[in-house]
Design a protein around this ligand. Structure first.
Ligand SMILES: CC(C)(COP(=O)(O)OP(=O)(O)OC[C@H]1O[C@@H](n2cnc3c(N)ncnc32)[C@H](O)[C@@H]1OP(=O)(O)O)[C@@H](O)C(=O)NCCC(=O)NCCS
Length: 159
């Protein structure tokens, strides 16, 4: 339960990621395909690893503000790569720090991740917009929409 409380708190404050869900749903998500970082048992980093048939996506990537600038983002990306069920991994971001971390971990910018991947990313974006509208998360929607053209897709082929 403590992990889900932490995750909800992080998601509530970070406007560049998906909106928080109920504690029950976040607990279920935490029990699924996610990579986490802990210090003394406490969560300090979280990301989802979504499986798209032949590709995995690293999404909803968060480092606790108290532990940023310490190389934790890099550690979490490397952990997510190791846990990925697929050899091809993609991640979308407009955050320059996240882009730097992805490039440092071997990702390269791509304009075309593949038809299926592009379609699933689009469907997920639509789902996220609906979630934000239903949750009356207009500030989050505005922040994500105004930088929409800045989102870039990064791709890694694990050898
Ligand atoms: C994005 C996030 C995960 C990065 O984690 P972090 O611990 O803050 O990352 P760091 O401070 O270690 O910075 C990562 C790298 O980016 C560099 N960096 C910092 N500011 C930068 C900028 N404006 N432009 C480019 N690179 C930058 C750092 O120097 C560091 O590189 P280094 O390790 O070679 O020194 C974290 O800020 C976060 O959780 N943000 C909120 C959620 C979010 O926006 N997630 C991404 C959505 S996809």
């Amino acid at each position: 339960m403590q992990d889900a409380v932490w995750l909800r708190e992080m998601l509530s404050h970070e406007m560049e990621v998906r909106p928080p869900r109920s504690l029950r749903v976040e607990q279920k998500i935490l029990a699924g395909n996610v990579a986490t970082l802990r210090i003394d048992g406490d969560l300090i980093g979280f990301t989802e690893i979504r499986n798209y048939v032949k590709t995995a996506e690293i999404a909803t990537f968060i480092i606790d503000p108290k532990h940023r600038g310490e190389g934790n983002a890099n550690k979490l990306v490397l952990k997510a790569i190791k846990m990925s069920p697929q050899k091809r991994i993609i991640s979308c971001t407009k955050n320059p720090k996240m882009a730097k971390v992805l490039k440092d971990c071997g990702f390269e910018k791509t304009y075309w991740p593949g038809l299926l991947e592009y379609s699933l990313l689009t469907i997920n974006t639509i789902k996220r917009i609906i979630l934000m509208l239903l949750g009356l998360e207009f500030k989050r929607l505005w922040i994500q929409a105004k930088g929409f053209m800045k989102y870039k897709i990064y791709k890694l082929e694990v050898k």
